[in-house]
Write a protein that binds this ligand. Structure first.
Ligand SMILES: Nc1ncnc2c1ncn2[C@@H]1O[C@H](COP(=O)(O)OP(=O)(O)OP(=O)(O)O)[C@@H](O)[C@H]1O
Ligand SMILES: [Mg+2]
Length: 320
């Protein structure tokens, strides 16, 4: 097995290689064609191509002079005003090299910049707009001060759709000569919910167990329960087969190593399959929130989850 991180190895180098996010990629491609790039703000959940798109756009725009005209700063290492005064200003004020119309500075995780730093940044963005365009990247745009937002074209990246991710996973599996069966793909999609980075990382981790990746390998490596197991446990609880349901709970926690917090999240996700009445469902949802809070505060996971399963059983009793 090679030691490269597949997420880096398979990061699309050009805008054309990026899967999904069609309307955003279309706009960025137009920026490259017209060589007119505004300051941009890329925002959206993790692993949805923000950094990839920024790097690909700069590569498409600059070609050979990419290294000299592009800089990426990760704002979560240095978050203070000094980074704006020194590194950012120094890069932004020098003229672009070669025939590049301007330089591009990517500020990753810009939502971690302190508010002072953000205020300093807004002056820099204006003063040096001739020589440098900025791409700010963050997960939550609400953490960026409004004057910066108003200086940027905002692009909202959404979670990638399942067909795009599964296509990519199959492509990578083929390149890496591993067999990924369809249950394996479904399991990865289920667990990663539109996060391409998480999906590729999970694929790489699963490939270390064996050449063939199935649903079983994926859930084992992720330390998660399969939706089927959760469904069985919940159905047993609802139909008052308490012993069976508690047995499944213990197996999940102690034999399969699933963390109680993750179990609560998965139960929350699967609860609608129980076909509970409206009021029962409300009551169970409330209980799930309570259990999640208690486990977060340090309560014993098995006891809390057993109580939740009992609550589901009692709920169906009362409705009879
Ligand atoms: N649209 C895509 N097509 C193909 N691969 C992708 C795509 N989006 C992401 N990836 C893969 O996922 C990895 C992570 O993507 P990226 O760094 O762009 O995420 P991000 O949106 O910047 O996430 P974060 O907010 O966590 O920084 C990339 O290295 C690449 O391998
Ligand atoms: Mg990123």
């Amino acid at each position: 097995m090679d030691l490269d991180l597949w997420t880096e190895k398979y990061r699309p180098p050009t805008l054309g290689g990026i899967i999904g996010q069609e309307s955003i990629i279309e706009s960025l491609t137009r920026f490259v064609e017209t060589k007119a790039v505004p300051h941009c703000l890329f925002t959206g959940p993790p692993g949805t191509s923000k950094t990839t798109a920024a790097m690909a756009m700069a590569k498409d725009l600059f070609g050979e002079t990419y290294n000299r005209n592009f800089m990426e700063l990760n704002a979560s290492d240095e978050r203070g005003i000094d980074v704006v005064r020194n590194q950012i200003k120094n890069f932004a004020r020098t003229m672009p090299s070669g025939d590049a119309p301007f330089k591009i500075l990517v500020l990753d995780e810009a939502d971690h910049l302190t508010s002072d730093a953000q205020h300093a940044l807004r002056r820099t963005m204006e003063s040096y707009a001739q020589s440098c365009r900025m791409i700010l990247i963050c997960n939550y745009s609400s953490r960026i001060i409004p004057p910066i937002q108003s200086r940027c074209a905002i692009f909202r990246f959404s979670r990638l759709d399942e067909s795009g991710i599964s296509k990519r996973l199959k492509y990578i599996s083929k390149k890496e000569k591993i067999t990924l069966d369809s249950s394996g793909v479904d399991a990865i999609l289920y667990l990663t919910e539109g996060d391409m980075r998480a999906a590729i990382n999970l694929l790489q981790a699963a490939s270390s167990i064996g050449e063939t990746i199935t649903e079983k390998t994926v859930y084992a490596i992720a330390g998660s329960a399969s939706p089927e197991t959760i469904k069985t446990m919940l159905t047993d609880a609802k139909e008052q087969r308490h012993l069976e349901s508690l047995e499944s709970l213990r197996t999940l926690i102690y034999n399969e190593g699933v963390s109680p917090v993750d179990l609560v999240k998965q139960i929350h996700r699967e609860i609608q399959i129980l076909d509970l009445s409206h009021s029962q469902q409300m009551s169970v949802l409330e209980q799930i929130a309570e259990v999640e809070f208690r486990i977060g505060e340090g309560a014993n996971g098995e006891i809390q989850l057993a109580a939740l399963l009992a609550h589901i059983g009692i709920g169906s009793d009362a409705s009879e």
